[in-house]
Design a protein around this ligand. Structure first.
Ligand code: PRP
Ligand code: URA
Length: 209
């Protein structure tokens, strides 16, 4: 069974409280998504392996630790996942970025794929999939299935807000994928929106409503 990690760091929770507020502007919403992504990236990468190397400081030789050449990729689920990319790349500057375009059919809530572009060596990379919202889990599960079809073996799912329904779906369909959220909310409403949530993440990032 995959693990669910809920990041209750005070900085993340404070920023999330502003993100949820319907009075928060598009500009501030975007900035907050970026800042929360950075903080979540920090928290979700504690397991990166380190290697010891020797360098020379201006004063003496020193044994220091660096990340052990791990190949990483960040894969946003379009559209809203795009809002998280800059924050992730700021923390992992050498990562590659793939894109998976999915939207939820408003009637069936089923994910519909419309775009995909992945790094050619994606199968050799550890992947962090990013999307602010894990609602029914349909989009996340489809994105992970797609990545597995392309040979990915080590995948993490990072969402800012998750619903219990989405976590359950992911754990059932992808028990090998750990899930990282800043909050686990209460439930989904009749339109598949997370309650209390923050509304439509894509619309709030891009100002489309
Ligand atoms: C939102 C969100 C997720 C999906 C979550 O995207 O960004 O991708 O819904 O819902 P699910 O867990 O029920 O699949 P949306 O389909 O609204 O597309 P958008 O990002 O293009 O606005
Ligand atoms: N997608 C969103 O953007 N918000 C939700 O609450 C659910 C799905």
């Amino acid at each position: 069974m995959s693990e669910l990690h809920v990041f209750d760091h005070p900085l993340i929770q404070h920023k999330l409280s502003i993100l949820r507020d319907k009075k928060t502007s598009v500009k501030e919403f975007r900035e907050l998504i970026g800042e929360i992504s950075m903080l979540m990236c920090y928290e979700a990468t504690w397991d990166l392996p380190l290697e010891e190397i020797e360098i020379e400081t201006p004063v003496a030789k020193a044994k220091v630790k660096r990340i052990a050449g791990k190949k990483l990729a960040v894969v946003p689920i379009l559209r809203a996942g795009l809002g998280m990319v800059d924050g992730m790349v700021a923390m992992i500057p050498s990562c590659k970025v793939g894109h998976i375009g999915l939207y939820r059919d408003p009637e069936t809530l089923e994910p519909v794929e419309y775009y995909c572009k992945l790094p050619t060596d994606i199968a050799e990379r550890d992947v962090i999939v990013v999307d602010p919202m894990l609602a029914t889990g349909g989009s996340a599960a489809a994105a992970v299935s797609f990545l597995k079809k392309h040979g990915c073996k080590n995948i993490k799912m990072m969402n800012i807000i998750g619903a219990p329904e989405g976590v359950e779906t992911m754990q059932k369909l992808h028990p090998d994928v750990d899930i990282y959220v800043a909050a686990l909310d209460d439930h989904l409403n009749d339109h598949g929106y997370i309650v209390p949530g923050l509304g439509d993440a894509g619309d709030r990032i891009f100002g489309t409503k």
